[in-house]
Design a protein around this ligand. Structure first.
Ligand code: NAD
Length: 414
């Protein structure tokens, strides 16, 4: 029988990777599920809810993962906990593969197979497993709702006997999954919405949501999208033109939501201090790229910065502020990923290491890093045992502990 264990997350992480709903489905698919007592409480899932779904409750994290073939987490778990896991067990979560290289290497050396859900290939078959999409969507919504709550004016136009209240102007920078949801939410609240991006494909999507698209639409813009659908780093010349356009536009905006990211790079700085100074006092910016360094020059990750009457919200983990939805979607992403790897007859874990999705997300196996890109960032080479893991790993040595080529604080891969 395949055993799935779920430890509690640390105090800063309210989400959980298993809900009673997904526990029930996985048990039906042949798994035995054990959840650490109280682990779902911050998403309002009680121990009894899990028991009713057929799961067992463990008294400690170590008990939850002991004997597990698969462990579901939201964040990277403590090394000490990974050391108590069975060798060869699969640890599946948002393992933040581009930061804390030594920590990742140490985790790999435990012999646990590591799967970073952020690296899920963006192909049709994997849409239901795409944690970046499920969480960014909620973050985009929450950014606008937070901005509306903190802003000292009403968002929609209101015609009253005492006069007209003007609609607020909201500018969305970066129209990926989070940006699209931010546009839709701001529109529903009655704001006048404009949006910008460097990828031309976005133009129509923005218009279809009733917002106005503004961008520097030169030759470089036409080529700015990678084959994977992500943005490229733009040239210095483009950045200058873009800065001039943004400077002119931003001074007339009340709320700006920034979401711009470039895979594997720090977030582009799109709003300078001077631009912030050009905004009216009382205006505010919500910077969803804060975790990757921020899209403004004055963002303080994890805090609210204030400069000349303009507030910049740099809150991290906005999806975690909607833990009930965020956990439900995230848990379904994990369930969708693992279910095809359960042998329904033998009821055992049967990871197909040649499967595109396993290859794309596997970063460690048998004590070594098996993803070339991650191995290079760790200063080593991918382990030969992993040849299946990236399709092109050929070197023998596992990544070295001392290796310290740190990744830029940029998140994703294309
Ligand atoms: P992201 O989080 O990587 O970046 C957010 C946005 O910032 C992107 O739209 C990007 O173009 C934009 N950006 C980057 N640099 C910029 C700059 N200098 N100025 C302005 N904007 C800038 O993006 P995402 O939300 O992950 O979405 C990326 C793409 O992947 C989209 O086309 C999305 O539709 C697609 N996608 C595909 C799938 C799938 O097929 N399974 C799933 C989710 C998303």
């Amino acid at each position: 029988m395949i055993a799935i264990g779920v430890p509690a997350e640390d105090k800063d992480e309210p989400r959980i990777g298993m809900t009673p709903e997904t526990a029930k489905k996985l048990i039906k698919a042949g798994a035995e599920v054990t959840v650490r007592s109280g682990a779902g409480l911050r998403s309002h899932f009680s121990d009894q809810d899990y028991i009713d779904a057929g799961a067992k409750i463990a008294k400690s994290d170590a008990d939850a993962v002991a004997g597990a073939d698969v462990v579901f987490t939201v964040r990277r778990p403590p090394l000490a906990l990974a050391k108590t896991m069975k060798k060869g067990a699969a640890l599946i979560g948002m393992l933040d593969p581009f930061s804390d290289a030594e920590g990742l290497d140490a985790l790999a050396e435990t012999g646990v197979s590591l799967f970073a859900m952020e690296l899920m290939p963006r192909i049709t078959r994997a849409q239901s497993m795409d944690v970046l999409s499920s969480q960014s969507n909620l973050a985009g919504y929450k950014a606008v709702v937070d901005a509306a709550a903190a802003f000292e004016r009403a968002l929609p136009m209101m015609m009253t006997a005492a006069g007209t209240v003007p609609a607020v102007r909201v500018f969305i920078m970066g129209v990926g999954v989070a940006g699209l949801q931010a546009i839709a939410t701001a529109r529903r609240l009655g704001a006048i919405v404009t949006a910008t991006d460097v990828r031309p494909a976005v133009k129509e999507q923005v218009a279809s949501l009733g917002a106005k698209f503004i961008a520097v639409e030169d030759e470089e813009f036409k080529q700015a999208e990678t084959a994977g659908g992500y943005a490229k780093e733009m040239s210095e010349e483009y950045k200058k033109k873009q800065a001039a356009l943004v400077a002119d536009h931003v001074k007339g905006q009340d709320i700006v939501i920034t979401t711009a990211l470039i895979p594997g790079r720090p977030a582009p700085k799109l709003i300078s201090k001077a631009m912030i100074e050009s905004m009216k006092p009382g205006s505010l910016i919500v910077d969803l790229a804060a975790e990757r360094g921020g899209n403004t020059e004055l963002t303080k990750p994890g805090a609210i910065a204030e400069h000349k009457g303009v507030r910049i919200f740099g809150k991290l983990n906005l999806a975690g502020d909607l833990p009930v939805n965020a956990s439900s979607l995230y848990a379904r992403n994990l369930q969708a990923f693992i279910e095809p790897f359960i042998d329904k007859e033998k009821k055992t874990l049967a990871i197909d290491w040649n499967d595109e999705l396993a290859k794309g997300t596997a970063i460690a196996r048998d004590g070594g890093i098996v993803n070339d890109m991650i191995a290079q960032r760790l200063g080593g080479k991918a382990n030969a045992k992993s040849a299946g893991a990236t399709g092109n790993s050929r070197a023998k040595a596992p990544a070295k502990k001392t290796a310290a080529k740190r990744a830029p604080k940029g998140g994703k891969t294309s």
